[in-house]
Design a protein around this ligand. Structure first.
Ligand code: DGL
Length: 276
């Protein structure tokens, strides 16, 4: 059980920003990541659809990789499906929103917090609720920035075009007085440099992936699930999209470079979920 991998999912490459933090904090853990790029973006989809996709991926990773813990490394899927997955799965399930909200509340000095996310996450109101639970004085301004997902998926992270798009999307925060900005979509830490330039040096950026990795570590420790075998660590990658594109971004971004990335057909995911 302890040598079983931690499973992580996202609609695309964004979840790699969470995986990176998990690998950094828990270098002895085996991991398996699935990016559902064929069905990206999740942001505009209904709660029911995102929940179905999340269940399919969780089921696949349970059946094929025997994951010991499931990280929903996608804010949109966390907002849609965390409670349900926690009720359905026989292993611990960790989302990214509560850890991000707690980190934001711990970061702000003036209680004015911005959140950038997908339309689905903003509509759910989950960040507002979780930030308010951690800091009752907080005021939250949330802005949906779906164009930033496209930039990240296209690996357009540092160009003048990327800067212009991000600056335009973040203009909504002018005059709000926020001192903290939550990157409430796992794709956004890939754009951290251009986001920081656009929002200015006085606003602190929160990457929920960092606090999510800490939560994963705490659960594994509490449940005596840490991998102490000393065996070589494996990192497995699946995408429902283009293997070469996934591999390029993952190789640039991660400290633990992918050895192989396997393509997975959406039909396989859908069929597996029906079997369970
Ligand atoms: N990375 C996902 C998130 O954190 C969303 C990107 C998408 O719209 O699929 O919400």
């Amino acid at each position: 059980m302890q040598t079983d991998p931690i499973g992580l999912m996202d609609s695309g490459v964004g979840g790699l920003t969470v995986l990176k933090e998990v690998q950094r904090l828990l270098p002895a853990e085996n991991t398996v990541f699935l990016g559902d790029q064929a069905r990206l973006p999740y942001g505009p989809r209904s709660v029911a659809e995102v929940t179905t996709f999340t269940r399919q991926i969780a089921t696949y990773l349970r059946q094929h990789a025997n994951i010991k813990l499931f990280v929903i490394a996608c804010n949109t899927a966390t907002a849609a499906a965390l409670t349900q997955m926690q009720a359905e799965l026989p292993v611990p399930v960790v989302g990214v929103i509560a850890p991000g909200a707690t980190a934001a509340a711990a970061t702000t000095a003036n209680h004015q917090i911005g959140v950038i996310a997908t339309a689905g996450t903003v509509k759910s109101g989950q960040y507002q609720r979780d930030i308010f639970a951690a800091d009752a004085q907080s005021q939250v301004v949330s802005v949906a920035c779906p164009q930033l997902v496209t930039l990240a998926e296209q690996n357009d992270l540092h160009s003048g075009h990327a800067q212009a798009v991000v600056t335009q999307n973040l203009a909504a925060f002018k005059g709000t007085g926020i001192d903290t900005l939550v990157m409430g979509c796992t794709h956004f830490p890939l754009l951290q440099d251009v986001i920081q330039t656009a929002i200015g040096p006085d606003v602190k950026l929160v990457n929920p992936g960092v606090a999510t990795a800490e939560k994963v570590a705490a659960i594994l420790k509490d449940q005596d699930l840490l991998n102490v075998s000393g065996q070589p660590v494996t990192a497995t990658y699946y995408t429902t999209g283009d293997v070469a594109e996934f591999n390029q971004l993952a190789s640039e971004w991660l400290d633990v470079k992918p050895k192989t990335v396997t393509h997975l057909a959406v039909s396989t995911l859908a069929a597996v979920a029906e079997v369970e």
